[in-house]
Design a protein around this ligand. Structure first.
Ligand code: ATP
Length: 329
């Protein structure tokens, strides 16, 4: 049986009156890529900080690699690698020197160090900057260097807090590919993200976290299949009445009213359900003006479980993937 590398039971953490982590329990199996998907302020960093021993446990239990986080933090620290949101680079060193120094601290042999640095510079598109001082890099380049640094060693568990924030989609996809390679070598990866595609495409399992609570956990397919077979976006001449009619149908699992359209989750094959829906509408004197059918996506899963809206991230003019947005209630 695959062993649990991370085990968390009834974890709670408060900052004064703010309950940042609210009775969370989960396990991560050896060799899994496990994601916490949630908006800013959901409690992701607090959990990662507790698991990596940077924050003390207030309530609950957590074990990493079999070591109790509260009782044996040194052993936990020795067995993990961490990439944080904050930058910990030495700004007076070049890109190459930052990586070299990190490899030396971890006693990597010279040949392996050099090979790993070349590989990571290629991956993070920093080859042309290898002799540039860290302080002279752009913000995005600094983040890529930070990630490269965290990937220099191969710990049993790698913790990545929002590892690809601010990356363009090409670099992000290269990074996913690389993390999949690391996983093949047996490393367990725990990451936090607020990018839907990142959680969807990279993770073996995902926990959606919001307001300090895990709302649902599963593989990407499990989460999507739970929603229903198909999703129909409808625009009609009277959305309000149409929504009521739809809710009365057996084949309809749920209806959400957006500003212009109705988002309808269907529990059976759409080719059977749609003709019936159209008949019903016609019978009530409502015209359907637009029909758009699709399979449930991770965005739909997120909206379904949290009720939050979404926005398209667009930094530096590049498509960044769908982010979670509009989170405050
Ligand atoms: N040091 C702190 N003092 C007070 N409140 C804090 C502190 N750190 C976090 N919080 C609050 O705890 C909640 C959870 O924050 P946390 O950083 O864990 O969330 P997150 O999901 O990682 O968000 P982000 O992606 O923005 O880092 C938020 O409401 C945040 O404002």
């Amino acid at each position: 049986m695959t062993k649990n590398v991370i085990e968390v039971n009834n974890l709670e953490h408060s900052y004064g009156p703010i309950k940042a982590v609210d009775n969370i329990s989960f396990t991560v199996k050896q060799g899994e890529i496990f994601s916490f998907l949630g908006p800013n302020g959901a409690g992701k960093s607090t959990v990662i900080n507790i698991l990596t021993t940077l924050k003390k446990i207030q309530k609950g239990e957590a074990r990493v690699n079999g070591y109790d986080v509260a009782k044996d933090p040194k052993s936990v620290r020795r067995s993990i690698g961490i990439v944080f949101q904050m930058l910990c680079l030495d700004h007076e060193m070049t890109v190459y020197e930052n990586l070299e120094y990190h490899g030396k601290i971890y006693s990597m042999p010279k040949k392996e160090r050099k090979e790993r640095i070349d590989e990571l510079l290629r991956l993070t598109d920093l080859e042309s900057k290898r002799n540039t001082l860290a302080k002279d890099l752009s913000g995005g380049m600094k983040r890529r260097l930070e990630l490269a640094r965290g990937l220099m060693t191969r710990p049993a568990v790698l913790f990545l807090d929002e590892p690809t924030v601010g990356f363009d989609i090409q670099t992000r996809m290269k990074m996913w590919e690389y993390l999949r390679e690391i996983k093949k070598e047996g490393t367990t990866i725990f990451l936090t993200t607020h990018y839907m595609e990142e959680a969807d495409q990279l993770s073996d399992r995902i926990s959606i976290i919001d307001h300090g609570k895990i709302i649902v956990t599963g593989t990407s397919d499990e989460l999507k299949n739970k929603l229903g077979k198909d999703l129909i976006y409808l625009e009609t001449t009277n959305n309000k009445v149409a929504a009521e009619i739809l809710r009365s149908l057996k084949s309809v699992k749920s209806v959400t009213e957006d500003t212009k359209s109705l988002r309808v989750i269907i529990g059976e094959d759409v080719t059977h359900a749609l003709p019936l829906i159209m008949d019903k509408m016609r019978g009530e004197g409502i015209d359907i003006t637009t029909v758009n059918i699709k399979k449930p996506s991770m965005d739909d899963v997120f909206v379904h479980y949290t009720g939050h809206g979404l926005r398209e991230g667009n930094e530096n003019g590049n498509h960044q993937g769908t982010e979670i947005g509009g989170m405050s209630e």
